[in-house]
Design a protein around this ligand. Sequence first.
Ligand SMILES: [Zn+2]
Length: 157
Amino acid sequence: MSAVELVQIHPDPLERISALCSTHPSREVGGVLFGFVQPGYPVLHADHACGPGPAAEMERRRLLWDPSYVVGYIDAITARGFTAPIGRWHKHCTPDLRASAEDRVGAAAFRAALGLNALVDVIVATVHDEPISWAAYLCTAAGYDRITAELPDGVQG
Ligand SMILES: [Zn+2]
């Protein structure tokens, strides 16, 4: 497979992520992205997203997932077989889409935990808790590189 160049974010995860951003005002929130690779194309499809769980610790610039919730969620989704974890997403409470050093470390650790060759790390920049722009990075053994995040028609990227 050629290297993934684009992640297409489907309407369902887009709505879920937008809702989670606004229901946690001034707090960083995030979770797991699920999806699949389009066979023969360098495209990842993100078709589902979850939040960080009820016991997550959310601060303005810090997020700790609720590990038992996230592991249970991944297991339940994977058992159904339609979609699988492909990465993670999180909100920035600023218009800044740049990944922090912690973002890179966290993505690499989650990639290792999932046993993936490539993991997509989606960052959602917000103003007043509303998404204003989206960025995607591909985390591999070779590095952490920006790729294209494609949103449904009519949504500002
Ligand atoms: Zn971040």
